[in-house]
Design a binder for this molecule. Structure first.
Ligand SMILES: [Zn+2]
Length: 173
């Protein structure tokens, strides 16, 4: 998705593997169609995943000490609730986008924010302004996107740029 979250996940994975003896499982939503078996980042880093999360998968069967889950915005609210239960006995770190290209919370992200022990916002830079922004507004680059935003490409923009681009889009119909 072009954000820094996957990079954070990969960094966390290697830090855990190098500095601890815990077992770490890396998962993501099966809905992420960029690649079936890896997590990729803007930097030239990829990480093989240990499994995908579907609407029917049973996360409680995973025996890793720590789970790292990417693209959590594509995971259903029901599965987020199952992950919350799993987190009672295991450490679970979820990475993902909060909002879609219209600045509306993804259903899975919304449920995660409601249930998570802690939510950390990863700072990013507004690409047009090159300023650090806490606002994670995302702007769709492609016009032919699917409803679920799967496979979409995003820019990270501040609220000001988000509104300006939106106005341009509206002017052009
Ligand atoms: Zn901006």
């Amino acid at each position: 998705m072009g954000s820094g979250k996957s990079f954070k996940l990969v960094g966390m994975y290697y830090s855990l593997k190098m500095n601890t003896k815990v077992t770490v499982g890396v998962f993501k939503s099966e809905v992420d169609i960029r690649t079936n078996t890896t997590i990729s980042t803007r930097a030239p880093l990829t990480l093989e995943i240990n499994g995908t999360i579907t609407d029917t998968s049973d996360i409680s069967r995973e025996n890793y000490d720590i789970l790292l889950i990417d693209e959590v915005q594509f995971i259903s609210p029901k599965q987020i609730e199952n992950i919350r239960l799993h987190a009672q006995t295991h450490d679970v770190y979820c990475f993902g986008l909060l909002t879609d290209h219209t600045a509306v919370l993804f259903p899975g992200s919304k449920r995660l924010v409601e249930l998570a022990d802690n939510v950390i916002q990863i700072n990013d830079f507004c690409i047009p302004c090159s300023i650090c922004t806490h606002y994670r507004a995302i702007l769709h680059k492609k016009r032919s996107f699917s409803e679920s935003d799967v496979g979409a490409e995003y820019d990270h923009v501040c609220w000001k740029c988000f509104c300006e681009k939106d106005l341009i889009k509206n002017k052009n119909g």
